[in-house]
Design a protein around this ligand. Sequence first.
Ligand code: SF4
Ligand code: SF4
Length: 357
Amino acid sequence: MTAQDIFDDTQLGLCISCGFCLPTCPTYQLTGDEGSSPRGRIALMRAIASGTVAIDDPTAIEQSEHCLGCRACEPVCPAGVQYGQLLEQWRDAGWKHKPAKLRALMAAVRHEAPIRAAALASNHARKNTGAGDDYLMLGCFERILFPAVSRTAAAGFPNLTVDPDQGCCGALHAHNGSLETGEEMARQLADRLPGTIVTTSGGCAAHLASVIGRDRVMEFSEYTAQRLASRDFASIQRNGRTARIAIQDSCHLRNGLGVADEIRTLVRQVGTLVELDTAGDCCGAAGSYSLLRPDDALRVLEPKLAEIATSDVDIVVVVNPGCYRHLRTHLARDQGSIEVTHIAELLAEASASPSSG
Ligand code: SF4
Ligand code: SF4
């Protein structure tokens, strides 16, 4: 592959260097450095494509790693630059020597058997033959770390078919420099789950949709919101009142697929929505980012933690396993009385609660 072949020329050519994306970029907000902004990174990509900068130039590697891949730069871009695609192409060409931690993670979820073995003791959703063509995706790490998510999702929608032998969608690979493998894994999963794939992970939804088509994929909050009439929710109580519930959007779900209203509709059904100014900002989890760059991930999270601390919140609800792990870890440490939960678990509690009238 030559330097000219790394990037989609059309995408790279779209950027008009207007800078509208700069204020939305978390890494630019942290550093104030143009090089850490979307515009600066696109300038670097162009220099790589023209051969002026080598793909393994240390600054180029650092900037491709420092980027969260949150895609907050996309919805504000007047030229329609699909920055997320360019980043995946950049990492695919440049990340040849991945850290051992990342290689181990990617190897662990590459095939179905190791995921199945690791999840054996986990109480995730069990095998079910549903009534239609909708399939519940179990995720790879989610089924091990947060098994109640798929369990409650399946309990809420018995029509969903659950195949416990399914593999991983490949989002981790696609976002971390193994694009071809990530796309192949998405296609394999789509063959295994041959209808509409319902996923409880916003990041997986965006990756799957980009490979197998948007019409084959539904994220759980949009699936549930479409079927609200068939669900009867009660009000969730905390601390002697209707629970005050904040939302952490999934970056790829919000910025990549434009899905953000649905979870708000659902939260209003079961509690008092507390709309944080930072709800749509990346929490710093960003797939493998919080594992590989924990200090930067925490710096990205800090403004959100500060806002939560002053918002009289009982629960923060998430739609992505990475956000779940990152927020729970740091909220438990700093603000232990505030719960973090997935929207599927929240709705399961509201379904089980006696109606408050
Ligand atoms: S908003 Fe779009 S066109 Fe403007 S600098 Fe950013 S990426 Fe380029
Ligand atoms: S993906 Fe996020 S961190 Fe990366 S350039 Fe865009 S806004 Fe900045």
